[in-house]
Design a protein around this ligand. Structure first.
Ligand code: HAM
Length: 417
């Protein structure tokens, strides 16, 4: 029985069975840079996303899972993490303390998109948000952390696309310029409607007949005010200092409306149509858009499933959860009674171990030991018990020694810890 359309299950041996380990690896650089763990609800008031993510976006107009609670309040499963984390930080008054507020998070997001390879209706993101400062050195840190997240997994075919979307001082004039340009093109009614809501989004139109007409379109990077141009140059200098390679992407358009100035995406060339493995940017107007005080912010989110697909595309190992190191095989009732206690003592000593439950006999138990991935099996028969020892089998080397029962825990600690 399959789950709902566009969803998948995380279970051992399944496509995204490594999701937890991948999430932790992706966030490891952020942890080293002082980003504290945050969690906000999986659902929020619908209005929060409408105001925060933007009424002109596909995410809000077409992709939200919205429902009413029993008191007829409209709620929506979060389509992304930034708006909820910002709301939570404001609610807790974190912005009144030490700045920047640095947060990291991970969890499921929900978008009613058409499912395809690398695109799900419930998918997982990891993310960071740095709130309260508009220092370009912080932008460089944040962008670099996304780059390092993928580098830490060994991925080599990720490219970082970087641009500036300007600010309220220079974007309105650019928007007018772009609108005038688009007015002169031969576009269908639907595209004209999108152009009226957000002309920048038309630049992202993938259709060749539209792209051909966009060849001479004015670009935001050519229309930046001095402050935005300096900001972008400082971010680029910071990335150079951090050794992070980037490509200028003057036509980069994000699917969410809250971005200004630093805006970026990470793409992987081995993934086909769903090539964006991550994205983010600065959102200094978002706090006010959701009813908060003026507050700067920058962050990113990375897609966990697409990261797994990228690892596979590059033939790299997907990080695995650590299994057990020792598998205890009791043969007979008295041995089993002893083995239960032994397993408890091993775990208390910090050794991951499992026991052959089910009284299956030697052959079945050893098969289970091999499947467990353990390095050692401890075989304990009733006769061993009488002799006060157990057989310690090295499952990799296929070697076996008898070890006195009262030395077993110490012996395994020496070998494993
Ligand atoms: P986003 O670009 O919408 O940004 O999503 C980030 C990443 O989530 C994408 O690059 C992609 O890897 C993954 N993703 C998005 N939709 C799907 C889907 N349907 N199935 C699988 N993966 C998907 C944000 O969400 C912003 N909140 C990022 C941000 C944080 N900006 C500032 N702070």
């Amino acid at each position: 029985m399959a789950g709902p359309k566009g969803t998948y299950d995380v279970l051992p041996g399944t496509e995204f069975g490594a999701a937890l380990a991948v999430r932790e690896t992706l966030l490891a650089p952020a942890l080293l840079a002082g980003y504290a763990y945050a969690e906000s609800p999986v659902f929020e008031a619908t209005e929060l996303f409408a105001r925060g993510v933007g009424e002109s976006t596909d995410v809000v107009t077409k992709e939200m899972f919205t429902f009413s609670d029993r008191a007829d309040r409209s709620l929506t499963l979060r389509p992304e993490g930034t708006v909820g984390v910002l709301r939570a930080a404001l609610d807790a008054n974190l912005h009144k303390g030490q700045l920047p507020v640095k947060l990291r998070y991970a969890g499921p997001m929900f978008r009613a998109e058409r499912p395809q390879a690398g695109r799900y209706r419930q998918f997982q993101q990891v993310g960071v948000e740095a709130l309260g400062l508009d220092d370009p050195a912080l932008d460089a840190e944040v962008v670099a952390l996304a780059w390092q997240a993928f580098a830490g997994l060994g991925l080599r075919q990720v490219r970082l696309l970087l641009t500036s979307l300007g600010d309220p001082a220079c974007r309105p004039a650019y928007r007018d310029q772009l609108t005038a340009f688009l007015d002169g093109l031969d576009l269908d009614d639907d595209t004209r409607r999108r152009a009226r809501l957000n002309p920048l989004r038309v630049l992202d139109d993938k259709r060749p007949e539209v792209q051909a007409q966009l060849a001479g379109a004015p670009l935001m990077v050519d229309a930046l005010c001095d402050a935005c141009r300096d900001h972008l140059a400082a971010v680029q200098a910071g990335l150079n200092a951090l050794g992070v390679p980037y490509e200028a992407a003057p036509t980069l358009v994000r699917g969410l409306d809250y971005y200004m100035r630093t805006t970026f995406e990470l793409v992987h060339d081995g993934l086909g149509a769903q090539s964006a493995v991550g994205g983010g940017g600065r959102y200094d107007g978002l706090s006010q858009a959701i009813g908060g005080p003026p507050l700067a912010g920058i962050g990113w989110a990375l897609g966990v499933e697409r990261t797994v697909l990228a690892l596979r595309a590059e033939g790299l190992d997907v990080p695995a959860e650590q299994g057990v190191s020792v598998f205890v095989v009791p043969l007979g009732a008295a041995a089993k009674a002893h083995a239960i206690g032994l397993v408890g003592r091993l775990r208390t000593s910090g050794i991951a171990c499992d026991l052959a439950y089910g009284d299956r006999g030697m052959k079945g138990a050893m098969k289970a030991a091999d499947r467990s991935g353990a390095s050692y099996a401890v075989v304990l028969g009733d006769r061993d018990l009488e002799a006060g020892e157990a057989q310690l089998k090295d499952l990799r080397e296929h070697a076996q020694v008898a070890v006195p029962l009262d030395e077993l825990v110490e012996t395994l600690k020496e070998r494993l810890l």
